[in-house]
Write a new protein. Structure first.
Length: 149
């Protein structure tokens, strides 16, 4: 489980005195613990939920780093990007544009989507199957583009 892996990696980072990695992993574990102890969670955190949390944290980190770069703060941007790099180690490999297009075409065929009215059905299935492997905005744009008009 990802929760256990992050816990083990925190110990390894402490032993290695890797401050940047340790900070990133502690932040991840904090979010994992919050999700695990949320009402209705039953003190469980499955890998699916953990991957969603990791993807969200990685996206937030990239957005924050971009904002720091716009504000001419490369020192803060680099620190944020270092944390994102640690988080991305736990995420599945992202799909290439060609792989993403092939997956979306297969989902459109599988759902029998006939037009833009079926976008919700395709997106619902796509977000479940491609969780953590594709950006939501890029996915929605591609689905919109590939659905027959």
């Amino acid at each position: 489980m990802l929760f256990d892996q992050v816990s083990r990696d925190i110990i390894a980072a402490m032993k290695a005195k890797d401050k940047a990695r340790l900070e990133a992993l502690r932040n991840v574990k904090k979010y994992f613990l919050e999700a695990k102890t949320a009402p209705g969670a039953g003190d469980e955190l499955g890998d699916d939920a953990a991957l969603k949390i990791l993807a969200k944290l990685a996206k937030q980190g990239r957005d924050t780093a971009a904002l720091y770069r716009e504000q001419n703060r490369p020192d803060l941007a680099e620190a944020e990007e270092a944390q994102v790099a640690v988080i991305e180690e736990y995420l599945p490999r992202a799909l290439t544009p060609e792989e993403l297009e092939a997956e979306v075409r297969a989902l459109i065929t599988e759902t029998g989507a006939a037009g833009p009215a079926d976008m919700g059905r395709v997106m619902g299935l796509a977000t479940k199957r491609l969780a953590g492997r594709a950006d939501g905005k890029a996915l929605a744009s591609l689905v919109r583009q590939l659905l027959p008009a």
